[in-house]
Structures are given as C-alpha cells and as structure tokens.
Design a protein around this ligand. Structure first.
Ligand SMILES: C=C(O[C@@H]1C=C(C(=O)O)C=C[C@H]1O)C(=O)O
Length: 377
C-alpha cells in the first residue's frame, strides 16, 4: 500500500497527526490518556508516564487554553517521516455541503467585546487582551477529518497541520481538533530550544502591491510592535529560570496564505536537560499571543468579556518523546469538529490603539485558513 494511503487509513482509524514542513508524526492504535484530571496535571505527569516506555512511544495531543480543564494527551507509538503529510487527493465529491453558518458572537457583538476590553485597558486593569470569536458551520453530512486535514496540509505547507482526537477516537461521536498552526510554541532537542511566537497581524491582499503595502505597514506599526513585544517579553521571562542563554532578535515578517504576522525567532539553551518539553509548555502557556498581559488580569477580562468556551483552541498541541524532546504549536487557525458541526475559532490581540472594526477583519481573515479548507471544491 502506498504510504499516503496507509496514513489516510490511519487517520480514518483515529490517528493523531502533526504534519510540519520538515516532518510528520502519526500516532496510531488504542492509546491511553496521560493520567491527570486537568491539562496542567497531564503536562506534569507526561515525563514520568513516558519513563521506561519503549522507544517510539510518545505523548501526543492537546492541552486546553485553560489548563485547569481536562486535556487530551495520549500515550502510544508514533512514526515520524520526513516532509509534510501526503494524502491522496480527496476529490470534490466527498465533501460535505454547508447547510447553515452562524458567527458566535456576530461581528457587531465581537466589536462590542473589543470596546469593552479597550475600556479595561484604559482603566489600567490590563495592557493586552486576546479576544476570540467563532464561526459554526453545520453540514448536511458528517465532516471528514482526513479530508479536512488533507486540504489544510496542501494549502498551508509551511504550517503544522494537525488532527487531534479530543475524545476516545474509537467513539463514533468523538470531537476532534483540526487546524494549521503557523505558531511554534517550542521545539526542544536536547539542550536546544527554539520558539517562534507570533503577534501583530494584518490580512493579506490578493493584489501584490497592496499585499506588500500591508506587510510594510505592519512592520512599521507602533501598535503591532507593542502587541508583539508583550509576547516576547513574557516568553523570555518564563524561559529564563530554565536557561543559561536566551536570544530574542528583532521581529520579522512571516506570511500565511491569509495573514501577515510579526514573528520573533527565539533560541535558548537549557541549564539542564532534566527540563523536558512539557515542563516548558507548563511554564510558558498561555503566552500573551493568546492570553494577554499581565496574564492573570487578562484571563479575568477574557472570562468576563469573551463568553466562549475555548476548549483546546488557543491551547498547546504537540508531542514529547522518551528523551524529553518534543514539539508544540499554539492551537490557532483551528476548529473543533464533531459530527456535522465545525466550530472555527479566531482571536486577535487588543492593546491601546486597537480598532474594533480592524479586529473583526483580522479575525475573519484568520478564519479563512480553516474555512477555505472546509468549503474547498
Ligand atoms: C489568536 C490567534 O492568533 C494569535 C494572535 C495574533 C495577533 O493577535 O496578531 C497572531 C498570531 C497568534 O498568536 C488566532 O489565530 O486565533
């Protein structure tokens, strides 16, 4: 059987998949959850749960935005192959038809939430808050996770495309997280750690001159640089106790097919290789790219103003092996799938100077990553 078909079959059978530019990890078979009643507890118990496991076994899956709620990290054998996933072409005929789409909250409600967050910023309660909204697509038939994944991979080869079962994948009604994240939370290989936080964004334009104008405007934007700086400062501060060196250069531009971002490629060297990838996830998450600054005050504002259950959206998704090495991305450009329902999430950072209508447009552009994959013909 061709490898692509084998992977397609594995995904249909409930595999966890992370397909990046350089390699693809597929975890298959019946696989128990890492013990722990919350995402934080699962992260804390992952390294011990892998102790003594056979080479090739990894902990893979998702922890939620709110680490006090349950996570979905599973223990089981995984295979890693070079390059991104190749799945057989899906063909239009197998796609579901969207019967109903519903933005929650509607765009005007989201703009009101942004204004409420700006009120809290101006009152001095908080400096940055990331607010999200959703688009719910109800299809005539069940969504196909392998088809969604195949479209996400082929449209976003530079991102980490992912399919993660949030419930037992053997259950017919299992929920899944699917998406194509451009944001590396961290990669740990031995003592070396690489991170690439994103924050500060502008929608792409199909017109090349306008697209370049927007990229230049983003690079020059004081508002976006401030929005970005909160993330870099928080990441450097969270890493410092674990690291002998942390290097954070100036931000650069990165593009997805839908959005321009400011990105900083941060490199660090661990003091001690007893620090595993999940220790770093627990220390870093949620960064101000998805939460805000200061963290606790921002989480309060999100709870009061946003009104969504984020679940694993804006959580951390990835894997760790028996050596403590691993790779985790921030669960953005993602959706929750269950049966005929697809719930696309997108958020945007709000700081002093943010414009509510621009944040509506930015979140709409971010939703296109999953939306275009879902409604592809
Ligand atoms: C919150 C999301 O994206 C995050 C927020 C960004 C921003 O506010 O500019 C940029 C990239 C991500 O860190 C999302 O896509 O839902």
């Amino acid at each position: 059987m061709a490898e692509a078909e084998a992977v397609a079959l594995a995904v249909r059978a409930g595999a966890t998949v992370f397909s990046g530019e350089k390699s693809t990890l597929v975890q298959t078979g019946p696989r128990p959850l890492v013990p722990g009643g919350s995402g934080l507890e699962q992260l804390r118990r992952t390294t011990a749960a892998l102790d003594g496991a056979q080479t090739g076994v990894v902990a893979a899956g998702a922890v939620p935005f709110d680490l006090s709620t349950p996570g979905a990290l599973r223990l089981g054998p995984a295979e890693t192959t070079p390059g991104h996933l190749t799945l057989p072409p899906t063909g239009g005929g197998r796609r579901s038809t969207v019967a109903r789409s519903r933005p929650v909250p509607p765009p005007a409600g989201y703009a009101d939430a942004v204004r409420a967050a700006l009120g809290r910023i101006h009152a001095g309660d908080v400096e940055k808050v990331v607010l999200a909204r959703t688009l719910e697509l109800e299809a005539l038939d069940e969504w196909s996770v392998p088809d969604l994944l195949a479209e996400l991979v082929s449209r976003n080869p530079a991102a980490t495309a992912l399919a993660v079962p949030l419930d037992d994948p053997a259950d017919a009604g299992a929920r899944w997280l699917v998406g194509a994240s451009p944001e590396l939370l961290l990669r740990r290989r031995g003592p070396s750690v690489l991170l690439r936080p994103l924050a500060g964004s502008i929608p792409r334009s199909p017109e090349p001159d306008e697209d370049m104008r927007r990229a230049d405007a983003l690079m020059a934007s004081d508002k976006d640089r401030r929005e970005h700086r909160f993330v870099v400062d928080a990441v450097v501060e969270a890493l410092s106790p674990f690291c002998r060196t942390v290097n954070a250069p100036e931000p650069e531009l990165v593009a997805t097919p839908a959005v321009w971002h400011l990105a900083t490629r941060i490199t660090a060297l661990l003091n001690d290789t007893d620090t595993t990838s999940v220790d770093l996830v627990a220390a870093l998450h949620p960064t101000p790219a998805v939460g805000g600054s200061p963290r606790r005050a921002a989480l309060d504002v999100i709870r009061e103003v946003e009104g969504l259950d984020r679940g694993c959206y804006a959580g951390a998704v990835g894997w760790q092996d028996v050596h403590g090495d691993g790779e985790w991305v921030v669960a953005v450009r993602c959706a929750e799938v269950q049966g005929r329902t697809l719930r696309i999430f997108a958020g945007a950072g709000i700081v002093d100077g943010s414009d509510p209508d621009a944040e509506v447009a930015e979140t709409a552009a971010k939703m296109r990553t999953v939306l275009d994959a879902a409604i592809a013909r």
